[in-house]
Design a protein around this ligand. Structure first.
Ligand code: B12
Ligand code: SF4
Ligand code: SF4
Length: 322
């Protein structure tokens, strides 16, 4: 387990670049009415308020392993996706859905779910022309993540982003070769939507107090990618297994977070009551440590030695209540 750095003080050079507008304001913290999210980070730096801080991240984190990972990503990014074939392969929604899931697993994905794509999830100003989203979960290596907040964990994250990019591009390409329009959606930059609400609706897990999705088989240490399409597919349903309740009484992530960014109580954010992570507190530490990641690693659901028993315990509790 990483030791909590209780003496953390944000780097002064970084803080001089801090904009006047709080990231929590951009995210809509304490806003009681619904609105779509705005881009806050991982976007063209000239178009976001925190662009200078994002540039500083890249200036600060230049370790050889990170650079190697970024170079591999540039190569993968440049690979084009096939055109949509004129020959359309027709199958029932059930058949297509199970074939898509099989194909995604073949491509190295660890969890797949399909759901309706809600316009409400997309960033303000984005107009998607797709109504369905296939959400992909890619498990990260727990031992590598245990090194967080060391740079080696950041380098592992970079590698896993490329794996997600590759899988989503290959899956979209395969659907296109079968005559169906499909568009990959992947990190590290924010695409058309925050992927978490789609992942939850597609049955990949529940939102944890640390602001990431917790999955019953991968815990919190996994990345998300997706493919958007208009194919008629069978939708999955939400899969709650007791995380929300568990988080109410657990404080491991918030206790380990060096800048104390993880809030203990749910907050109303753009009209939705949910767990929330303080952007202004998290970002400086995140930027200084090639992406931190302590919160998802210390979460008991991420621990392979704890997860199975924890899941069975929650299941037994739910069975009793039913
Ligand atoms: C910008 C961003 C960040 C920013 C700021 C995030 C923020 N909340 O302000 C920074 C750089 C700090 C960051 C840090 C981390 N991130 Co980040 N981040 C993103 C990114 C690119 C966009 C998210 C966004 O726009 N947030 C701003 C607004 C929308 O935030 P928000 O209103 O608080 O909503 C958050 C959640 O509540 C949820 N959400 C949004 N709408 C709704 C609606 C409902 C109903 C619910 C229940 C939840 C929900 O999604 C948001 C996630 O930030 C996504 C990729 C993507 N396209 O989704 C990855 C992503 C969310 N990050 C991820 C991770 C894992 C991390 C880190 C652990 C870093 C790491 N080493 O991996 C830390 C965690 C700390 C944290 N603050 O959450 C993963 C989560 C995977 C998972 N298992 O869920 C994602 C999906 C990247 C990926 N492709 O895998 N991140
Ligand atoms: S990623 Fe942010 S919220 Fe998570 S432990 Fe690090 S500083 Fe805290
Ligand atoms: S560490 Fe505990 S409180 Fe934090 S997300 Fe995991 S289960 Fe929830």
């Amino acid at each position: 387990m990483p030791k909590k750095n209780i003496n953390y003080k944000p780097n002064e050079e970084q803080m001089l670049l801090w904009p006047k507008v709080s990231g929590n304001k951009i995210n809509g913290l304490d806003e009681l009415s619904f609105r779509r999210p705005d881009y806050v980070y991982w976007r063209d730096p000239e178009q976001i308020v925190y662009g200078e801080l994002q540039k500083w991240f890249y200036k600060q984190n230049t370790d050889k392993k990170l650079q190697e990972g970024r170079n591999d990503r540039i190569i993968e990014e440049a690979i084009s996706i096939p055109e949509i074939s004129q020959t359309v392969v027709i199958k029932s929604p059930e058949e297509w859905s199970s074939d898509i899931k099989r194909k995604a697993i073949e491509l190295g994905v660890d969890a797949v779910g399909i759901t309706k794509l809600e316009l409400d999830w997309t960033y303000e100003g984005v107009n998607v022309s797709y109504d369905t989203i296939i959400v992909l979960g890619l498990a990260m290596n727990y031992k590598e993540m245990l090194e967080a907040p060391k740079v080696s964990a950041g380098a592992h994250v970079v590698k896993e982003y490329t794996r997600g990019m590759k899988a989503s591009k290959k899956l979209a390409g395969w659907l296109r070769l079968n005559g169906h329009d499909a568009l990959p959606e992947h990190g590290p930059f924010a695409g058309d939507l925050p992927l978490i609400p789609a992942a939850i609706a597609a049955g990949l897990g529940e939102l944890g107090k640390h602001g990431s999705v917790i999955n019953s088989e991968m815990g919190s240490c996994f990345r998300l990618a997706a493919v958007m399409t208009n194919m008629k597919l069978k939708y999955d349903t939400n899969n709650s297994f007791g995380v929300d309740d568990f988080c109410k009484n657990c404080q491991i992530c918030s206790n380990y977070c060096p800048p104390d960014a993880i809030l203990h109580e749910k907050k109303t954010v753009r009209g939705e009551k949910k767990w929330y992570v303080d952007f202004d507190k998290c970002l400086p530490f995140f930027n200084e440590t090639a992406g931190c990641g302590i919160c998802i690693t210390v979460c008991p659901f991420s621990r392979p030695d704890v997860r199975p028993n924890l899941i069975s315990k929650l299941q037994r509790k739910r069975n009793k209540l039913q």
